[in-house]
Design a protein around this ligand. Structure first.
Ligand code: PEP
Ligand code: MG
Length: 753
């Protein structure tokens, strides 16, 4: 190589031209691959060009080489992470070294005759995110490859990848073995159960034509597709059933489409000879890959948005027909995708979609947010989901238990169908409880509230099951925005929530960001233990403007009505005082500006950090209410990372330790006559809710889907009797009282199912 600037452009043009000619020639795939590595080596003026392909998901096999000994081909094999080639494959990113002999990763393979070669540069061969292999070049001299040269190799790799992927049978002789079991463990992004037929969401790829003869025509086609997509997004955003969050996501997409750097990159690529489709694909893959390599969860997730956008654009370029796709969609479709963007999900007929099963995904991905607003069960982290499932086959999505059942036997289907029917029946039963007061058999009134995180979550409150929104998590719109939402847009979001609540109070919790909820526009340093790091109230007290703006937005959104504010992750009384003082400053500011002040203000705090337990005597006189965050409280009480499934089942919230802690809080609050609620996941489970009421809690805030079951439990409960029993058990030397409580409930006809 060793060329720069315009000379490198010439090399690139020639290389592309020769590859294009090669692809047009008729010959067997293996021969084509041999010719290909030779052309690459010669055009790039290097001594070696080799292609390693990943077999059975575990071994990188030397499949073709120009420059290495012929005997090594199909013989030399490396494990993933073995040698520099293995490292490139493992990291899925290019690596260049000027002297392999000085590199600790280097794994010498004498059969290849590589003794004389010093420099090495390799790039991954990828189809979407799937690793196909590695393309590498070597030289006899110590050579340090430039960024431009690496980029040229990446462009070449894209063409090689397309060719390899379209000849899978030839190149991948060993197939990866999936687990024999027909039950796949997955990660739940939204709970629920569904039975349906698989519909594979196929990604639109720039397959086929890579090279164009008329760049001007391609540029026109690209602009046309860009405009069509912009129009389509505008129409989607203007739809009547679109939620505020969906609108925000679509607006972000429209911004992406206007990004000059991205558009320019595509146009340049078209000018270099690629088709519009291939250029869009290349730019999309490149951006996504770069974003995925970043050590930042938020940006990694946004890479799926970019992929979504690329898909949409490719779809418009290739005349993709959504109407036809929706016609082909089974009536009860389980949508399987390696990754799926919100715009794609919005393009499907949502009446037919019953669940999502994804290869990639996390709870804060945009598509998960959109899917939750449709109440779809979602399972993620299912490796090779689109190849493991067959279109049309019946599967069971048991997102409650994080399982996907393939090829279920008829009796399994019947069993799950019965559960689904039972749930439907129960929902109808619960619906009948709506008007009834929530009072136990012995006359104890319990207030049921609901948790929400999106304005759209709140509609069901109007049905009368929940009395208030006991916890409104405000993070989501902040996480899905590109920059800090300003006061006006925050007001709009909170107003919408209040409108949906139809006069019922909402307890707004100030931002609980940090930990796993990172905002791209708030700089964060690496933290070893982010859930115990710079998060939540710690962050907003340090970045006071964020807190002040949010409090201002709350004050204005309630527009003279009741304002309930709660601060998360408070560890000291001092923190609460500072937070409350900040609210007072904002109230004063509003007054001076002549704005409307809330008719009633209630300020409280979450109790979720154990240090606060020792400060309740100082804290309780200062607050109007407290709400126990049992998710975090149990995490810190047991010193157990709540996001790590390997360990979070070790300790039970129904252990005497946790229950005694909760009783201590509830008793203390009672002694100060302060309202005490519990808003963690515990409240959503009937057995746990039973224990909480027996401990003294009279307010529980839970997921909307749990309201019916918890209310049914309360209506069948004798609080006095249960409290006596539970109190008699609290000092038992056992790790959990779960089984004892379950038997107690069964013996006393308490409805805990
Ligand atoms: C909790 O910790 O219990 C809680 C409700 O807060 P979050 O789950 O949002 O951390
Ligand atoms: Mg919490």
């Amino acid at each position: 190589m060793r060329e720069n600037g315009s000379f490198l452009n010439d090399i690139s043009r020639n290389l592309m031209k020769r590859l294009r000619l090669l692809m047009g020639e008729k010959m067997p795939p293996l021969e084509r691959l041999n010719r290909l590595v030779e052309i690459v080596a010669k055009e790039l003026r290097v001594d070696v060009c080799s292609c390693y392909l990943l077999q059975a998901n575990e071994t990188l096999e030397l499949f073709a080489s120009y420059g290495l000994k012929k005997e090594a081909v199909r013989k030399t094999k490396l494990n993933l992470e073995e040698g520099i080639i293995g490292e490139i494959a493992f990291q899925k990113k290019p690596i260049a070294v000027s002297d392999v002999w000085a590199d600790p990763f280097f794994s010498y393979r004498p059969e290849t005759g590589e003794d004389d070669f010093k420099s090495l540069m390799g790039v991954p061969l990828l189809k979407e995110t799937r690793l196909l292999g590695v393309l590498a070049v070597q030289t006899k001299s110590n050579y340090l490859y430039s960024e431009e040269e690496t980029e040229l190799m990446e462009n070449t790799a894209m063409i090689v990848s397309e060719f390899i992927a379209s000849n899978e049978e030839t190149f991948f002789t060993l197939k990866a073995q999936g687990p024999a079991d027909d039950r796949i463990e997955a990660r739940r992004l939204n709970a629920g159960l569904a039975i349906g037929q698989v519909f594979i969401h196929r990604q639109t790829r720039a397959d086929g034509k890579l090279f164009a003869t008329d760049p001007l025509k391609e540029i026109q086609a690209f602009h046309q597709a860009l405009h069509t997509l912009q129009d389509d997004f505008e129409k989607l955003a203007a739809g009547t059933d679109v939620t505020q969050e969906q609108k925000t996501i679509l607006q972000t997409y429209q911004m992406f489409l206007k990004d000059k750097g991205w558009v320019q990159k595509i146009i340049e690529s078209i000018r270099s000879g690629l088709t519009a489709c291939a250029s869009v694909q290349r730019a999309g893959d490149e951006f996504c890959e770069r974003m995925r390599r970043l050590n930042d969860d938020y940006l990694r997730e946004r890479s799926y948005d970019f992929q979504d956008l690329t898909q949409q654009l490719l779809g418009r370029l290739s005349g993709e027909d959504w109407e036809q796709k929706n016609k082909e969609l089974p009536e009860k479709a389980i949508l399987a995708a390696s990754s799926l963007g919100p715009a794609e999900l919005l393009s499907y007929d949502k009446r037919k979609i019953k669940a999502l099963v994804l290869e990639n995904g996390s709870p804060t991905m945009h598509v998960a947010i959109v899917a939750r607003s449709y109440n779809l069960p979602i399972l993620a982290e299912i490796e090779n989901v689109t190849t493991r499932l067959t279109p049309g086959e019946t599967v069971i999505v048991d997102a409650d238990n994080e399982l996907l059942y393939l090829h279920p036997a008829l009796d399994k289907i019947k069993e799950f169908q019965a559960t689904l029917d039972k749930r439907e029946k129960l929902l109808k039963e619960y619906a009948k409880l709506k008007g009834k007061p929530c009072v136990s058999k012995d006359g104890v009134k319990v207030q049921l509230n609901m948790n929400a995180g999106l304005a759209s979550d709140i509609f069901a409150l109007a049905d009368g099951m929940a009395e208030e929104i006991g916890l409104y998590r405000t993070e989501l719109p902040f996480m899905s925005a590109e920059q800090l939402p300003n006061v006006a847009s925050q007001i709009e979001i909170y107003k919408k929530a209040l409108k949906n609540a139809e006069g019922k109070p909402i307890t707004f919790r100030t931002l609980d960001i940090g930990s796993d909820k990172v905002l791209p526009y708030v700089s964060h340093r690496e933290e070893a233990n982010p859930s115990m790091g710079w998060r939540s109230i710690r962050l907003t007290l340090d970045r006071r403007a964020i807190l002040r703006q949010q409090l201002r937005a709350f004050i204005r959104a309630v527009d003279g009505g009741v304002l309930k504010v709660m601060f998360p992750m408070v560890s000291t009384v001092e923190e609460f005082k500072q937070a409350k003082q900040t609210l007072e400053i904002e109230l004063q500011r509003e007054k001076e500006k002549g704005g409307k002040l809330p008719s009633n203000i209630q300020v409280g705090t979450m109790v979720e950090v154990p240090s606060l337990l020792c400060q309740l005597d100082a804290l309780l006189p200062l607050v109007d209410f407290i709400s126990v965050g049992s998710n975090d409280l149990s995490q810190f009480l047991f010193a157990i990372d709540r996001s790590d499934p390997m360990i979070w089942e070790r300790y039970d919230v129904l252990s005497p330790a946790m229950l005694k802690t909760l009783k201590f809080i509830s008793d203390k609050a009672d002694s100060y006559n302060v309202s005490c609620c519990l808003c963690g996941e515990m409240a959503s489970r009937p057995l746990e809710a039973m224990a909480l009421i027996a401990l003294g809690f009279r307010k529980l805030s839970m997921n909307i889907t749990a309201l019916g079951a918890v209310k049914a439990m309360i209506l069948s409960l004798n609080v006095k009797e249960t409290a006596e029993y539970l109190n008699s058990q609290l000092n038992q030397p056992v790790p959990s009282l779960r089984e004892r409580l379950r038997f107690f409930a069964l013996d006393h006809n308490i409805v805990i199912s």
